[in-house]
Design a protein around this ligand. Structure first.
Ligand SMILES: Nc1ncnc2c1ncn2[C@@H]1O[C@H](COP(=O)(O)OP(=O)(O)OP(=O)(O)O)[C@@H](O)[C@H]1O
Ligand SMILES: [Mg+2]
Length: 616
């Protein structure tokens, strides 16, 4: 008997050598082909095994049906003569009825065992495929360029990778069920044809009409499937957006707006499902009536043709079986057509994300430490231009340097291009023209893993993951950090509040734990950055929510980091700007110039602007 192997481990899935679902299939057949190819690529062994089970299961089903003929004959004419319609009277010798019945039971048992093995194989194979598709799509998204994520709704990605991948699994199951259905129907039709070619030919006309109805319904089901995908993505987006803005929703007493949007999304999704059910059940009514009419016609024709009563029973049995199989196929076909659009979406996401991979495989990567030459700037922006996709905004022709081991501050009005510049320095955005030099050499995509291993970043909006304070501190530290190192980083980031948390580093933060204030979150983010022991620390308005004491503590920390750490800060507050050795002034996507702390110089007016912003 079939003995399943051990559960496929996550490692097996992670190691699936090639991307199983690739390309951009469009349309029903292309989607079905892409899914079948994916299943084959993932495990040719399991796929073949499933195919063998299917063919045998279908074949034995047909043969056990064939046994019914001698059984019925034997019951009706216990003289040892088998009346085969179209052939005449055949002697079945001394095969007793009990032997025929035993053979029938045995065949049914074999068929059951094959179905069991097939179900177990499929129960292993289907989740393995779903998990692999998910894994490969998600890894591709995580490794894609920042602009790839910027241009997409995150809820769309989540919907495609979660619910969409599950629908791909369901589609595989339906594809296999459909294949069994077709094989069994063919075997049954062959048996029926052998038993009574003339009558079966009439029945086959009915079956072909049914098949025609099915083909006609598949395309609308596919279109409904496409609509369903869009609607379920929309539903997910509305729910996510409303939960993200929940604080504001409450404060503005605006939940009714979201409830209405949610109700609309529910209604549309439901309508799509009802439409699908309506179509499938209409076809079911038509096919039942058509089959009943065909059966009635068969009986009438058989009587006219003086077909013996036993043969009429057998023919009716065969036709009823065939009808049930064809009806099952209609349902499976509609479900399959409905699930297949998910294959297209997932294949497209995976393929596009992989095409946008940030660090191309086998691209040369710099290694080793950064230069220690003090006169060589750590970063040099050489006439860098970057424009956001589908927009005219960004930065234009910016030129400035970030000296090593010192504090450089970027200042300027809102929308001037400061955060864009920080993203460029981190390699998150790629210059459209010009170059960003690190240690005097232009930064390339292949250098990014090396460069990022030297960098720590505190973004404008601090994100904490649900989990303990320790988890929030160490997840981005290669090799982790000890508790003593965590406390040291928290102390240096002026996060005194951490000492008062009920469970220390084990205190759960975020959604289901203690919520931190904006300033407290910023200090956790600074501590997290320090734990990486970076050569460059980038802080995007990381002191904006701090009170005066905490801000001076953080500024003291930044000053103390020199000369080992180069600090690149974005700030509006004058006190932070005053701590910097170099101040780069931005306006309208351009660099106006750089002033040094010692010599504020001719760019005083831009400085005044920063004063004004700080005063706000
Ligand atoms: N994802 C984006 N897509 C399109 N345009 C963007 C995007 N992010 C920023 N921009 C635009 O690029 C310009 C520079 O934005 P940036 O975020 O760098 O400004 P900033 O100086 O950091 O402003 P602030 O002080 O308000 O944070 C702005 O005009 C902004 O509207
Ligand atoms: Mg900004």
């Amino acid at each position: 008997m079939f003995r399943p192997a051990a559960q496929p481990s996550a490692q097996v899935i992670a190691n699936a050598e090639q991307v199983v679902l690739s390309g951009k299939p469009s349309g029903l057949l292309a989607d079905a082909k892409a899914l079948t190819r994916a299943a084959w690529r993932l495990s040719p062994g399991r796929f073949t095994l499933q195919g063998i089970f299917l063919v045998f299961g279908g074949f034995i089903g047909g043969v056990s049906l064939l046994l019914l003929i001698p059984i019925i004959n034997s019951v009706a004419k216990p003289d040892g003569k088998l009346e085969v319609p179209g052939v005449g009277s055949v002697s079945i010798g001394g095969i007793p009825l009990w032997a025929l019945l035993t053979a029938f039971v045995l065949l049914t048992l074999i068929q059951g065992l094959i179905q069991r093995a097939s179900a177990i194989n499929s129960a292993r194979f289907q989740p393995m495929l779903v998990d692999t598709l998910r894994h490969q799509a998600f890894v591709a998204v995580l490794d894609a360029r920042w602009t790839f994520v910027l241009g997409r709704r995150k809820t769309d990605i989540i919907a495609i990778v979660t619910a969409g991948a599950s629908r791909c699994g369901a589609a595989l199951q339906q594809l296999l069920t459909g294949a069994v259905g077709i094989i069994t129907a063919l075997v049954t039709a062959a048996v029926a044809f052998w038993v009574a070619p003339g009558v079966t030919a009439i029945a086959l006309v009915g079956v072909l009409i049914l098949a025609g109805i099915q083909v006609a319904t598949i395309r609308p089901s596919y279109r409904l499937g496409v609509e369903f995908s869009g609607q379920s993505r929309n539903l997910q987006a509305v729910m996510q957006d409303s939960l993200d803005s929940l604080r504001l929703v409450r404060a503005h007493h605006a939940s009714a707006v979201w409830v209405e949007q949610l109700a609309d999304a529910f209604t549309v999704t439901r309508e799509v499902q009802v439409e699908q059910a309506r179509r499938t059940s209409t076809i079911s009514v038509f096919s039942s009536v058509a089959l009943a009419a065909a059966a009635a016609a068969l009986v009438q024709v058989s009587v006219w043709m003086h077909v013996p009563a036993t043969s009429i029973v057998v023919i009716l049995l065969l036709v009823a079986r065939l009808a049930r199989q064809v009806q099952g196929l209609v349902g499976t076909g509609a479900q399959l057509a409905n699930s297949l659009p998910a294959v297209q979406e997932l294949a497209e996401l995976t393929t596009d994300a992989r095409a946008a991979v940030e660090v191309p495989p086998n691209s040369g990567t710099r290694t080793g430490e950064l230069s220690a030459a003090v006169d060589l700037p750590l970063i040099a922006f050489r006439d860098v231009t970057y424009t956001y996709p589908n927009s005219d905004n960004g930065v234009r022709g910016i030129c400035f340097t970030v000296p090593r081991g010192d504090i450089t501050v970027l200042v300027g009005p809102s929308g001037a291009g400061k955060s864009t510049t920080a993203d460029l320095a981190l390699g998150l955005l790629e210059p459209e023209s010009g170059a960003i030099e690190i240690d005097g050499t232009a930064l390339t995509a292949g250098d990014l893993p090396w460069w990022r291993s030297h960098v720590a970043y505190v973004p404008q909006e601090t994100v904490l993951v649900p989990g303990s304070l320790r988890e929030n501190l160490v997840w981005s530290v290669p090799g982790g950090a000890t508790d003593a190192q965590c406390w040291e980083a928290l102390d240096r980031a002026a996060a005194d509040f951490a000492r008062d948390l009920p469970d220390g580093l084990d205190t759960v933060l975020g959604d289901r734990g203690i919520r931190l204030s904006g300033g407290e979150r910023q200090r956790v983010a600074i501590a997290r950055a320090l734990l990486r022991t970076p050569a460059l620390l980038v802080l995007d308005e990381a002191t904006s929510s701090l009170d005066d004491d905490a801000e001076s503590a953080v500024i003291g920390l930044m000053t103390s980091l020199a000369p080992h750490v180069t600090v690149l800060m974005i700030a509006h507050r004058q006190s932070t700007i005053d701590a910097a050795s170099y101040v780069v002034h931005f306006d309208d996507g351009r660099v106006l110039g750089t002033t040094t702390h010692a010599a504020p110089g001719p760019l005083r007016s831009a400085h005044d602007h920063a004063d004004a912003a700080a005063a706000d």
